[in-house]
Design a protein around this ligand. Structure first.
Ligand code: ATP
Ligand code: MG
Length: 367
């Protein structure tokens, strides 16, 4: 038995019209892992999910589930279930009939069907609406019904394509939490597609960032945020401060770039790299501190960039600060008000942004 529930090897999809939707996709997913796919519209998330489900043919490469090669096995013989954004609930059937459907197709005994469906209705708290049809269900109930229909088949892997996209923000948040708890409880591998960066990071044990059919980075959320491996990821994850420059040196553990704000240091995301290569310093905004220029000397070893405050907006405990650097870029920070209290920060103040260089990642621009 393989250590991995799901393994993709050099997966590639070319649609009949010639569009290369997915290329060079390698991934290994452990049993019970919650993996998110995130990336801009058209980057190949749904195509990859549909190849795993067997709803789309695989142009080349291999797909393994629990060590067995499923590349050319039809969808109904795969141990996967899929939940789509629109849920695809049958409107003429009751909640119970919708959940039964997948088991009827599989020709299970009626006693087994009843046992599983009752348990699922119970687990998802759909008892009150078990004999109702889609029309009267709330957004959350529809979402749970869609889940129930997938889970009742006892798949090894549950595939979810933007399953929360149709929900309003509050419901979305609470269902995110429910989904995560349910997944831990069941111990089933979830592959969860979303184009919402925050959702991918809060849900996934690991996150696959895709761009134009290719994998940019596969990392745990914290690492993705603090140690981006490419300019695309650094920008996509948001809230990062990015300053461009040219590589001065890198020894594999620390790197320095020359920028118009002076030298900046950080941990390189690459090995090698030649002096003069176009590169960027990426600093998560949580690590950036703001001081009024000249008021307090910087601690030794910090990197410092000067700017001018263009907005200061205290809201309750939190303060939003916008600082414009001399090249015109605006850096937005969110900090505790208490932390900057008494530093004389107000619109127009000359300030210094300071941070520890070991928090910075130095990323090379694509050649
Ligand atoms: N059936 C199809 N035939 C031809 N091209 C397709 C087909 N389905 C998708 N594509 C193309 O393949 C690429 C990847 O599409 P895909 O639907 O996988 O993206 P996605 O990441 O799921 O995007 P979104 O966030 O908008 O759902 C796009 O360029 C798309 O136009
Ligand atoms: Mg899609």
């Amino acid at each position: 038995m393989s250590d991995f529930d799901l393994e993709l090897k050099q997966l590639r999809k070319v649609y009949p019209g010639g569009t290369i939707a997915v290329e060079d996709f390698d991934l290994q997913v452990s049993r019970g892992e919650f993996i998110s796919f995130v990336g801009p519209s058209g980057c190949g998330k749904t195509t990859t999910l549909r190849m795993i489900a067997g709803l789309e043919s695989i142009t080349s490469g291999d797909l393994f589930i629990r060590g067995r090669n499923f590349t050319h096995i039809p969808t109904e013989q795969r141990p996967t279930a899929t939940i789509f954004q629109n849920y695809a609930i049958f409107p003429h059937m009751t909640v119970r009939e919708n959940i039964e459907f997948g088991l009827m197709v599989r020709k299970l005994s009626s006693a087994e069907i009843k046992r599983r469906v009752d348990a699922m209705i119970d687990k998802l708290e759909l008892g009150d609406v078990a004999d109702q049809k889609e029309g009267v269900l709330s957004g959350g109930q529809k979402q749970r019904l869609a889940l129930g229909r997938g889970l009742v088949t006892e798949p090894d892997i549950l595939l979810l394509d933007e399953p929360l996209g149709a929900l309003d923000a509050n419901l979305r948040k609470s269902i995110q939490e429910e989904l995560k708890i349910l997944q831990r409880e069941l111990g089933i591998t979830f592959v969860f597609v979303t184009h919402a960066q925050a959702e991918a990071l809060s849900m996934g044990d690991r996150v696959v960032v895709m761009n134009a059919g290719r994998v940019e980075q596969i990392s745990a959320p914290f690492e993705l945020y603090t140690r981006p491996k490419s300019p695309f990821v650094a920008r996509f994850i948001g809230r990062n401060k990015i300053i461009s420059g040219r590589l001065v040196r890198s020894d594999g553990t620390t790197a320095e770039i020359a920028t118009e704000f002076g030298a900046l240091r950080g941990v390189p995301s690459f090995s090698g790299g030649d002096a003069g290569n176009s590169a960027m310093a990426v600093v998560p905004s949580e690590y950036v501190d703001v001081y009024t220029t000249g008021a307090e000397a910087a601690e030794d070893g910090l990197d410092v960039v000067a700017g001018r405050v263009t907005a200061y907006d205290p809201v309750g405990q939190v303060a939003f600060i916008a600082v414009t650097l001399k090249d015109g870029t605006e850096v937005r920070l969110e900090t505790y008000r208490e932390k900057v209290h008494g530093r004389g920060i107000e619109p127009g103040s000359e300030v210094e942004l300071r941070w520890r260089p070991e928090r910075t990642t130095i990323v090379l621009d694509a050649a």
